[in-house]
Design a protein around this ligand. Structure first.
Ligand SMILES: NC(=O)C1=CN([C@@H]2O[C@H](COP(=O)(O)OP(=O)(O)OC[C@H]3O[C@@H](n4cnc5c(N)ncnc54)[C@H](OP(=O)(O)O)[C@@H]3O)[C@@H](O)[C@H]2O)C=CC1
Ligand SMILES: O=C(O)CCC(=O)C(=O)O
Ligand SMILES: [Mg+2]
Length: 428
């Protein structure tokens, strides 16, 4: 028997002819989240509802449906991630969530990662753009306009690992030494072991989605970010499979650095540069790559050269927080976990539960609000989305901000989390 109470009004989003059919009153499940989750979710919900009302009057309205994961689920049902939560998201297609706690070094594995894996939401999409007036540690934050496509289902992030000195770890180490001839484990008696699976299928669906997005949105380049010089058969293969897919499936629409290298080898550097300039002038998408450590310094020094980023799970985790810092911090960094083949999606902030601020009505609700904006765009409700973007720009320009921005801005008025939402609503 269903334990969750679906709203009495509203309709389900459905899949029709390969696309989402969104009713005017869609039922959308939400997970409130742990730590600061309840504060930022309450603020976000008010802003999303007001934007929809301002944009469409009573014609459209989201019917919210609370579902459970994390501490609230554990208190209510004795389970961290009830099966009913997964089933409900599968059934309703689109959901939004607050952050969920993951203990370090033991305890339960990440519920956030589990939701992505169980529902096969293989893209973690995190756009990073600048809002006027946001305090930033760099000189030209307005040059940052990137969209991260982070692989969401594999890599070392899949959580396949064994604790040091456990029977399982010993067994894996013995297998590696005896059967595979591995001699490089420096301290085998006390090593924990982690496995990093990276597949051709996983890479291809991620890179395909990134290139298609770049073409659909008039973006200039897709950069494959990897550490393939060191992890040759995981990160290196990610790069190779990515280039192969770009050339095989997108042909004349793209110009890759593999083509550039080939021209350079046959006809010299000038010819290769000329070919790339011609491809750019013809509006082709440039597909290039960058090694992750160099990439992290280049996004600081030359951000204008990067646009859509396709990368593996762990790199994407680091890159999204680092880039968010350049445009004002993770208080306004949104995200979405999407299966581009089935349309299933969970929208969520880039940041975590910020536990020291829990219940203080203090933190910036911007990330969850902007994740909601991505959700409105996914539903095709662009006018409501645009209203929130404009209100966010205006509210920050008026220097009415939460503590994270106020501490870096001169002459700012510091607002609580809920007050910031109210100010945004006034500016919608
Ligand atoms: N998708 C998810 O649900 C995620 C969950 N987590 C989980 O969250 C928990 C806490 O992780 P932690 O590493 O502390 O990272 P957090 O992202 O929760 O917080 C780190 C710091 O970021 C700043 N920050 C975070 N959220 C906001 C906000 N809304 N407004 C303004 N500033 C903000 C604060 O900085 P300052 O101290 O400078 O004010 C905060 O102390 C862990 O259990 C982790 O696993 C982490 C990431 C994602
Ligand atoms: O699941 C977690 O606790 C952390 C996840 C995370 O940092 C992220 O997805 O950005
Ligand atoms: Mg993270």
């Amino acid at each position: 028997m269903a334990r969750y109470e679906a709203p009495q009004t509203g309709e389900k989003i459905t899949l029709e002819n390969g696309g989402l059919r969104v009713p005017d009153h869609p039922i959308i499940p939400f997970i409130e989240g742990d730590g600061t989750g309840p504060d930022i979710w309450a603020a976000a919900r008010r802003v999303l509802d007001s934007a929809v009302e301002k944009a469409y009057g009573s014609k459209r309205k989201i019917e919210w449906f609370e579902i459970y994961a994390g501490e609230k689920a554990y208190k209510k049902y004795g389970e961290w991630l009830p099966e009913e939560t997964l089933k409900t998201i599968e059934e309703y297609f689109v959901a939004i969530k607050g952050p969920l706690t993951t203990p370090v070094g033991g305890g339960i594995r990440s519920l956030n990662v589990a939701l992505r894996q169980e529902l096969d939401l293989f893209v973690c999409l995190r756009p990073v753009r600048y809002f006027n007036g946001v305090p930033s540690p760099v000189k030209k934050p307005e040059q940052v306009d990137m969209v991260i496509f982070r692989e969401n289902s594999e890599d070392i992030y899949a959580g396949i690992e064994w604790q040091a000195e456990s029977e399982d770890a010993k067994k894996v180490i013995r297998f590696l030494q005896d059967e595979m001839g591995v001699k490089k484990i420096r301290f085998p008696e006390t090593s924990g072991i982690g496995i990093k699976p990276v597949s051709r299928e996983g890479t291809e669906r991620l890179v395909r989605a990134a290139i298609q997005y770049a073409l659909d949105h008039g973006r200039k380049s897709v950069t494959l970010v990897h550490k393939g010089n060191i992890m040759k058969f995981t990160e290196g293969s990610f790069k190779n499979w990515g280039y192969e897919l770009a050339e095989r499936e997108f042909g004349d629409k793209v110009f890759t650095w593999w083509e550039y290298d080939e021209i350079k080898e046959k006809h010299g550097l000038d010819a290769a540069n000329q070919a790339q300039s011609e491809a750019e002038a013809a509006g082709k998408l440039i597909v290039k790559d960058s090694i992750a450590d160099a990439f992290l310094q280049q996004i600081l020094t030359r951000p204008a050269e990067y646009d859509v980023i396709a990368t593996l799970n762990l790199n994407g985790d680091y890159i999204s927080d680092a880039l968010a810092a350049q445009v004002g911090g993770i208080g306004i960094a949104p995200g979405a976990n999407i299966n581009f083949e089935t349309g299933h999606a969970i929208f969520e902030a880039t940041h975590g539960t910020a536990p020291k601020y829990a219940g203080m009505d203090k933190v910036n609700p911007g990330s969850v609000i902007l994740s909601g904006v991505l959700m409105l765009e996914h539903l095709g409700w662009q006018e409501a989305a645009d209203r929130i973007y404009r209100a966010m720009d205006q509210t920050i320009s008026q220097k009415t901000v939460t503590y994270d921005f106020a501490r870096l801005m001169e002459g700012a008025t510091e607002l609580k989390c809920s007050e910031f939402a109210t100010k945004l609503i006034e500016n919608l």
